[in-house]
Design a protein around this ligand. Structure first.
Ligand code: C5P
Length: 307
């Protein structure tokens, strides 16, 4: 084996997420503010040289479903895609240390895939530019291109149009996952159904300037929303409705300046301008919900490390 590379795969939250009408290709245009956080998975990647194949090993606090064949894992797909585009016949050893809950709206799988592309690109002497890598990333999933860039971003299209901002983010984020998974395609389908039945049009675009200006203001003044949250609170199962209400209310009662759902769920979060309050909330909420994590915004991706 050659020099292995360690690469972080941080999670994200969506501070704002507007969803528009389904396109003819089945995807929905979105308008979102993505924020990368300092909590996530870690991957070790090494070239097997002269040996083909992909060896994927899993570890960490979060357990993947072992009945799913490795070829269906997005990490595996990312390696295959890179190899194909590169004509690369090397084999790769990958160890994935999983900390981000699955089906949680935190972009765990997408971040892992982006981390793999970044690491393989480095191992092979950077044959792709970042825009090229982002195009490859878009083939793996709508949220993957954001993770090539990282930081804070205004995201549109189906997720592939990204503008990063350099803004102060002097707040803490408390993530609370209630322990159930949320399926992204099912969430989009529910949103379509609810809107069609109520004959309710999508809300208008907020626009980059308005969202950026809000991001620069105190979180207590934010009027960001998540269209999925509104749909789940109206038409989720009784358990989902009740759980989201309870988690968000608890975050609010503990002094969160802003509360929301991330992505298509199931992780709720509170933004705290006072990190001491967030720490107090962490202690109590930890005893009440299966996954609670205090984290902070990342202004940019951490560099890969050669080990
Ligand atoms: O792109 P990704 O594979 O993550 O998307 C999974 C599914 O989520 C898509 O097949 C589609 O049903 C839905 N989706 C969508 N609009 C988006 C992103 C995802 O409808 N912008």
């Amino acid at each position: 084996m050659g020099d292995g590379i360690r690469v972080a795969a941080p999670c994200k939250i969506n501070l704002h997420l507007g969803v528009f009408d389904r396109r003819s290709d089945g995807y929905h245009p979105i308008e979102s503010i993505f924020q990368m956080l300092d909590f996530g998975d870690v991957l070790w990647i090494d070239s097997l040289k002269k040996r083909s194949g992909i060896e994927l090993h899993m570890g960490g606090a979060i357990h993947m479903d072992v009945s799913v064949p490795p070829e269906q894992n997005i990490v595996y797909k990312a390696v295959r895609l890179f190899q194909m585009e590169q004509g690369d016949e090397n084999g790769y050893y990958i160890h994935l240390e999983k900390a981000i809950p699955l089906g949680a709206g935190l972009g765990g799988g997408s971040s892992d895939a982006a981390a793999v592309l970044i690491a393989l690109n480095q191992i092979s002497g950077r044959p792709f530019t970042n825009p090229e890598l982002e195009s490859l990333a878009a083939c793996l999933g709508s949220d993957v291109p954001f993770f090539i860039r990282g930081g804070t971003a205004y995201v549109t299209g189906r997720g592939e149009e990204i503008e990063t901002f350099s803004v102060p983010t002097p707040w803490a984020v408390l993530l609370v996952n209630p322990g159930f998974h949320s399926s992204t395609p099912e969430a989009f389908a529910l949103l379509d159904r609810v809107r069609a039945e109520a004959m309710e049009p999508a809300k208008p675009l907020r626009g980059r300037d308005e969202l950026l200006q809000m991001l620069n203001s105190h979180p207590g003044n934010w009027t960001f929303y998540n269209d999925f949250l509104e749909v789940f609170l109206k038409r989720g199962t009784p358990e989902v409705q009740q759980t989201y209400r309870n988690v968000l209310l608890e975050l609010k009662n503990f002094g969160a300046d802003f509360i929301n759902l991330s992505g298509s769920g199931s992780t709720c979060f509170g933004v705290f301008s006072d990190p001491e309050r967030a720490k107090k909330a962490l202690i109590t909420l930890k005893s009440r919900w299966p996954f609670v994590k205090l984290s902070f915004p990342l202004a940019r991706r951490a560099d890969t490390v050669v080990e």
